[in-house]
Design a binder for this molecule. Structure first.
Ligand code: FES
Length: 185
């Protein structure tokens, strides 16, 4: 017998993303919730257009899933762009620079692309601003937001943001949601 309790919230709208390109932008620990989306699209490549991963960490050695992601850099069905803010060890042969600098190396057509973003608040602010500048529509900017959860079923209010609960209404919100609930990020 297996018992399952919350959160029972939403996931990435993989059906809506079908037929479109996808940009996954992650900073720091934000790679964790985006990894499953990355692998879903790679495993069902025929349903999606160009997939781009932009992932930045403070240093290359602090990247999550670093070996796995480095092994993806040679794939023809993925633009895998990895960067470290700095490389004190000097052993990283990839990009060095802040996450937004990867936009210079990405081939993105905003009119046919969904963006999925996760990271610390500074990453949201910088990446969202860049996406809007590029012309991404607000309903195609998806954010995975985390909050401390207790009950996980919409009862205790611990994860509330305004009138929304991330445990049952999230953790995936669009930029439209963020406009109406500025404290989301
Ligand atoms: S954890 Fe969301 S309401 Fe309790």
């Amino acid at each position: 017998m297996v018992g399952i309790r919350g959160p029972y919230g939403n996931g990435f709208p993989i059906d809506r993303i079908e037929g479109h390109d996808l940009l996954i932008a992650a900073g720091g620990l934000g790679m964790a919730p985006l990894r499953s989306l990355l692998w879903w699209t790679l495993d069902h490549q025929e349903r999606y257009g160009r997939v781009t991963l932009m992932y930045g960490a403070r240093q290359p050695e602090t990247m999550l899933f670093r070996d796995e992601l480095v092994s993806l850099t040679g794939r023809s069905d993925l633009d895998c762009l990895l960067t470290g803010d700095e490389d004190p060890g000097g052993e990283w042969s990839g990009h060095i620079g802040l996450l937004p600098s990867l936009f210079d190396h990405a081939r993105i057509e905003p009119s046919r692309t969904f963006a999925a973003v996760c990271g610390p608040p500074i990453v949201f602010h910088i990446i969202l601003e860049k996406l809007l500048d590029l012309g991404f529509t607000k309903d195609r900017i998806l954010m995975s937001l985390e909050r401390r959860m207790k009950c996980g079923v919409g009862k205790c209010g611990h994860c509330s943001v305004g009138y929304r609960y991330t445990c049952v209404h999230g953790p995936i919100f669009t930029y439209w949601d963020a406009i109406n609930l500025p404290e989301l990020v």
